[in-house]
Design a protein around this ligand. Structure first.
Ligand SMILES: [Mg+2]
Length: 382
């Protein structure tokens, strides 16, 4: 079964007026995905998703113009061969770094869709897992900066749906962050897990200031206080209060960057994103590396249904999986355009899809409704 063609389509939507969500990386105005389609000589077609990297047209171009010609003709079942060639020719030297990892991620995901379809298995079985209830938290572009009274209403809504864990956006002023977490903790009680994501907006001084409150409020993790490459601050922050573990990984690419995190021992919860870090293949490798150090995997997930569904398969197939990040964004047609990627149960858990492959039916006619929107996706944080 040979790879006949690889094509990418960037899709976008703009948040309706009044529906934008503010967080540590700014206020979200639009969202994008890059859908990757791989066709094989056997007639099987697979779909994957690449994160847009804030430049969806560029990511699509790397897939269409660089990886497509490079990988055409290869055996579609040659998991490590495809990944190795892509790494050697595009990631290892002079090759766009993170941009190439984003592009490769969607291709790798599409190839896994094909392999599982060829074996007539849902992806989780192909990866060596079984169907299981996977705990989920309410995340995605939601629960942003707003008055505590409104935030409490939004959070309670997710708990009413079944969620037993939610993730709040911090990285505002530490005083406002503490006020929001306190309001939500008071409203929801101690039986709901509260996680906190600073989206790289903190300084080391901010972390020193807020850590006692995070511990007091039983926050389950502090996510991405700093930019991904600020290794020194991560190491220092980890020493402030070990009761609040530090999580990161959505902006770390390939097992090589996670190996550095293991060496530093500062980040103790890993959050690789299948659509960014090198696809299903690389996420499985990162999970295996982390497993040896008893580091749990709580994958980041954005923004489309293909990546969300793939992430649940992945969590059902590893031995150190944690929460699934359920995108509860009020508005996200990219999540819903191929049907439901997940359903939250009253136990706060989700299950992988059962249809062979990733399990979603891709209707390409819908692409025309979400044409690429070039330009900035976030207003700068002020
Ligand atoms: Mg995050």
């Amino acid at each position: 079964m040979k790879i006949d063609s690889i094509t990418a389509t960037p899709l976008s939507f703009r948040f309706p007026e009044g529906k934008a969500v503010a967080m540590g990386i700014g206020t979200a105005r639009k969202r994008d995905v890059v859908i990757v389609k791989v066709q094989t000589s056997d007639g099987l077609v697979g779909y994957g998703e690449s994160h847009p990297g804030r430049s969806p047209g560029a990511v699509a171009s790397v897939i269409n113009n660089t990886f497509g010609p490079l990988l055409q003709g290869m055996d579609a079942c040659d998991v490590s061969g495809v990944w190795d060639l892509a790494h050697r020719m595009q990631l290892a030297s002079h090759g766009l770094g993170a941009g190439a990892a984003l592009a490769l991620s969607g291709i790798d995901m599409a190839l896994w869709d094909i392999r599982a379809k060829a074996a007539n298995m849902p992806l989780y079985r192909m990866l060596g897992g079984k169907s299981k209830r996977v705990p989920a938290y309410a995340g995605g572009v939601a629960l942003g900066y707003q008055d505590p009274e409104y935030l409490v209403v939004e959070a309670q809504g997710y708990v009413d749906q079944g969620y037993r864990a939610i993730k709040l956006r911090i990285g505002d002023t530490t005083a406002k962050d503490i006020a929001r977490i306190t309001a939500v903790r008071d409203a929801l009680g101690d039986n709901i897990a509260i996680l906190a994501d600073a989206n790289t907006a903190y300084t080391l001084a901010d972390v020193r200031q807020i850590m006692p409150a995070l511990a007091e409020l039983k926050v389950g993790w502090l996510e991405e206080p700093f930019p991904c490459n600020d290794f020194a601050s991560y190491r220092l922050a980890a020493q402030i209060n070990p009761l609040v573990p530090i999580a990161a990984g959505e902006n770390h690419y390939t097992r090589y960057e996670f190996a550095r995190l293991i060496e530093d021992r500062a980040v103790v919860i890993f959050q690789p994103d299948l659509s960014k870090t090198g696809g299903v293949t690389e996420a499985m490798r990162i999970a295996a590396l982390a497993s040896a150090w008893r580091i749990p995997i709580n994958p980041h997930s954005s923004a489309g249904g293909i990546n969300l569904a793939s992430t649940i398969h992945f969590l059902a197939a590893i031995d150190n999986g944690g929460y699934f990040e359920a995108c509860v964004s009020q508005v996200n047609p990219l999540r819903d355009m191929f049907g439901s990627a997940f359903e939250i149960g009253k136990d706060g858990c989700v299950e992988p899809l059962e249809t062979p492959g990733i399990g979603l039916e891709i209707d390409e006619s819908i692409f025309a409704s979400f044409p690429l929107i070039d330009g900035l996706g976030f207003d700068e944080k002020t």
